[in-house]
Design a protein around this ligand. Structure first.
Ligand code: GDP
Length: 174
């Protein structure tokens, strides 16, 4: 069992993913504030292990604003104690701001799974492959997985990958 942070710009599908990952398997359903650092979204129990999903404060692109700088520092602090990061991007487009998030995640030095969401919207295989090749080049993380949070495509593979990257521990909930 270990801590997994879910990161991504607004509207990339974080809530949709959480609802489906935790939906039927959730042990703790409430959005409990546990520590000042981590807000627990839920615990995902699978055959191969457990993951505690936590929220991080949003990251903001305009660092000229003091509040945004503060929120970004807070987000970086939040990553302390997390063992795996799942970073969601929108499969149809990314924003320059994603490049900034990428740099910050690289600096965090943790295993990152890049989940390219909303692939159900990409109709033809060629476009999907081209997008994927570009994403791999641009965000050179070892683990990159196409998903559709909405259609639940590849979510089991994502869960499996999370479990593989988490250190082995005894379960804390049955
Ligand atoms: P959040 O702000 O990152 O939590 O994003 P939400 O989960 O609220 O999703 C934003 C919008 O994108 C909603 O209208 C979702 O229905 C939609 N959405 C999320 N995941 C997918 C997906 O895999 N495919 C499609 N087509 N839409 C999605």
């Amino acid at each position: 069992c270990g801590y997994v942070a879910l990161i991504g710009r607004p509207n990339v599908g974080k809530s949709t993913l959480m609802n489906h990952l935790l939906g039927q398997k959730i042990s703790i359903t409430s959005r409990k504030p546990q520590t000042t650092r981590h807000r627990i979204l839920g615990i995902n129990t699978t055959e191969t292990g457990q993951a505690i999903y936590v929220d991080t404060p949003g990251m903001h692109d305009n660092e000229k604003r003091a509040l945004n700088r503060y929120l970004n520092r807070t987000a970086e602090t939040t990553l302390v104690g997390v063992e795996v990061i799942v970073w969601l991007i929108d499969g149809l487009s990314w924003q320059p701001y994603d490049d900034l998030i990428f740099k910050k995640l690289e600096q965090a030095g943790l295993p990152v799974i890049l989940a390219v969401n909303k692939v159900d919207k990409i109709k033809d295989r060629e476009t999907l492959l081209a997008f994927f090749a570009e994403a791999q080049q641009r965000f050179a993380f070892e683990h990159i997985i196409p998903i559709s949070a909405l259609k639940k495509t590849n979510l089991q593979q994502l869960e499996k990958l999370v479990m593989e990257l988490l250190p082995e521990r005894d379960p804390i909930y049955p």
